[in-house]
Design a protein around this ligand. Structure first.
Ligand SMILES: [Zn+2]
Length: 95
């Protein structure tokens, strides 16, 4: 904290993790940039590397050097575990 966030130049951008066929490289795909509406790709890292989540967060928007967006995972819509919980216990989700 203590950093001032200028919201106009710092919007959330929903991303999707993709890997590139034939490689071990993963990308975050921004399907709709909050600034230009286009698709952008950001390198998420190597499949063998620690955690692609490390590269989430602030990234410079490729379409506008003045702007930054925040790579954000979308909320997962599919929750078929009986109760559509309000709590997000994603620790016991995928195991
Ligand atoms: Zn853009």
């Amino acid at each position: 904290m203590g950093k001032k966030s200028r919201l106009a130049n710092h919007l959330p951008a929903l991303v999707e993790l993709r890997d590139m066929p034939g490689t071990r490289v993963m990308f975050w795909v921004v399907n709709a940039c909050p600034y230009c509406g286009e698709q952008h790709l950001h390198l998420a890292g190597n499949l063998r590397a620690a955690d692609p989540g490390d590269t989430l967060g602030e990234q410079a928007a490729p379409c506008d050097p003045e702007k930054v967006y925040e790579l954000t995972l979308p909320p997962r819509p599919k929750k078929k575990k009986g109760k559509r919980g309000r709590r997000t216990d994603w620790s016991d989700e995928d195991w």
